[in-house]
Ligand binder design. Structure first.
Ligand SMILES: NC(=O)c1ccc[n+]([C@@H]2O[C@H](COP(=O)([O-])OP(=O)(O)OC[C@H]3O[C@@H](n4cnc5c(N)ncnc54)[C@H](OP(=O)(O)O)[C@@H]3O)[C@@H](O)[C@H]2O)c1
Length: 277
């Protein structure tokens, strides 16, 4: 995809899952990369993996080990990066964590960490990079289908992802005046390492509800995301089942809630029948 050739792309969460697959693809399209995450060993593994997709000898990958939730640390690291290399032509915010459980089982500290990384981390990264970004550059925010459709078990994660959609809606108008594009991505479930964390505490009925949106394959979803970012679409919602779910929730919210409550009730009765038997 020519849109990415010779562009410098910063990717938070570039060491794993969606961010890593985006990095692989962008490198194969001729972009230069700065990938950002906390764990430096995972960043180095990712760098070696991404290198295999090089298409021009002068292409580079830089790794920054930093916590996006720590605004002071991030500010130093990003201003240094902009001085040493250049400001991002494209900034992709993919860093995120999940906690999926009933609200009563999610501690204040966990709720706080989800909000600080998913929401504030994205805000911090954009706030640090934006002053140096030029007209024609592009910011991408990875939210989630859980940022458009409410589900039990998602009070922490879903809240952070709804907030990201709100951030995108408000920021879009500000960026438009500066000639900077914004895309917010709301995918359903994708097979990445994040799912292993989610499974640890996910309530049974949340699993049944989530199945309604379906699971997508990482490689095809990332191709879809990058194609739509290149078209400068504001909202990208990969997956037909996810789109259908969102349309139902948006245009017939009462029917959506009724169906969701009925499915939850059925899942809970099935769970209690199987534990009795
Ligand atoms: N997988 C899905 O089903 C799905 C669906 C919809 C939306 N999403 C969203 O897509 C994004 C990527 O998810 P994924 O599935 O690719 O997850 P993943 O494989 O667990 O990757 C998460 C990435 O974020 C980095 N990260 C986490 N906390 C960070 C912090 N405080 N500072 C800097 N980097 C941090 C991680 O590296 P370190 O741990 O080393 O920092 C890792 O590189 C997330 O925002 C997620 O909410 C995922």
């Amino acid at each position: 995809m020519d849109y990415y050739k010779n562009k410098h792309v910063y990717i938070t969460g570039g060491s794993s899952g969606i961010g890593l697959e985006i990095a692989r693809k962008l490198f194969s399209y001729g972009a230069n990369l700065t990938i950002i995450a906390r764990n430096s060993a995972k960043l180095e593994d990712a760098r070696q993996d991404i290198e295999k997709f090089k298409v021009f000898p002068q292409q580079f990958i830089r790794c920054l080990s930093v916590d996006v939730a720590n605004n002071n640390e991030l500010s130093c690291v990003i201003s240094q990066e902009i001085k040493e290399s250049e400001a991002p032509d494209i900034l992709i915010n993919s860093a995120g964590i999940i906690a999926c459980d009933y609200l009563g089982n999610i501690s204040y500290e966990t709720f706080d960490a989800v909000m600080k990384i998913n929401l504030y981390g994205t805000r911090n990264m954009i706030a640090q990079a934006l002053p140096a970004m030029k007209q024609g550059s592009h910011i991408v925010i990875i939210s989630s289908m859980a940022g458009l459709v409410g589900m039990c078990g998602y009070t922490a994660y879903g809240t952070s992802k709804f907030a990201l959609v709100g951030l995108a809606e408000c920021l879009r108008g500000e960026l438009k005046q500066k000639g900077i594009y914004l895309t917010v991505v709301c995918p359903p479930e994708i097979d990445t390492p994040m799912l292993l964390d989610e499974m640890k505490t996910m309530p049974y009925e949340s699993r049944i509800l989530k199945n309604m949106a379906g699971q997508l394959k990482l490689e095809s979803v990332v191709t879809n995301i990058l194609r739509n970012v290149a078209r400068k679409k504001f909202m990208v919602m990969p997956g037909l089942r996810a789109k259908w779910l969102w349309l139902t929730q948006r245009f017939t919210p009462s029917l959506f809630r009724l169906s969701s409550d009925m499915i939850t009730k059925w899942a809970l009765s099935r769970k209690s029948a199987s534990s009795d038997g």
